[in-house]
Design a binder for this molecule. Sequence first.
Ligand code: FES
Length: 272
Amino acid sequence: MSNISNVPQVKEIKNIKNESNTVKTFIFDWKLDSKSDYPLPGQFMMIWNFEDEKPMSLSLIDPIKEQIGFSIKKVGEFSTNIHTLKKGDKLGLRGPYGRGFELIGSNILVIGGGIGMAPISAFVDFALERGVKVDVITASQTLHEILFRERLQKAGAGVLSCTDDGTCGFKGFATDRLKALLQENSYDLIVSCGPELMMKAVLDLADQYQIPCQLALERWMKCALGLCGQCCVDDTGWRVCVEGPVFWGHELKLITEFGKYRRDSSGTPTSF
Ligand code: FES
């Protein structure tokens, strides 16, 4: 169980890695008394730039080097501001929050679409360190947006790249690659994070092949403490910041909005 800090801890950025044209990883020293206190892959933290605060999942959890990291895609005002920061600048971090991925079995398959590869990469490290065989589908629109291919290959995962335009690896959607893979191999567990329509298709395939499946949901968050209700999902009322963001397949089937819509900051449903 990880130590939770509900008050932002102001930390210096120790290192910054350029992962793609639009994604950078921000690394922080994170010293804890016990290795078992480190966050679990799939958990997230709230990042505060002293003006605004947003949830970010951990893409690096390294109890040996005593470091954690967040891979952030430049998409809006907040992330654009974060991308201007340099080594030595500071951010506030609170958390970690939510339910992370659970590791079962000895042969697993993980699928990350776009920036969904952030929590997936931390989970791959976690599984490999525990002697589990891992195949990874890393999917993006094009070659320059493929994330963590070399890092995960070096760590010992079987990495299959997949791009919409065919500039790297398989040409097509991650779920097409997944379909082909499931015809040839058997897995004990499927784990995925990425665009929700992709994850809905992953869930349907996992069901078809009767493989347990865990997916990480993304919803608008404000408090991350289970108090404001901003991240509640229909019809269960589960708070993604507390009961999620990782859910098992059988739980996702009870979330009627899964693969259909999500709520914006005002709570208005927006279709996928
Ligand atoms: S973000 Fe407030 S309840 Fe989840």
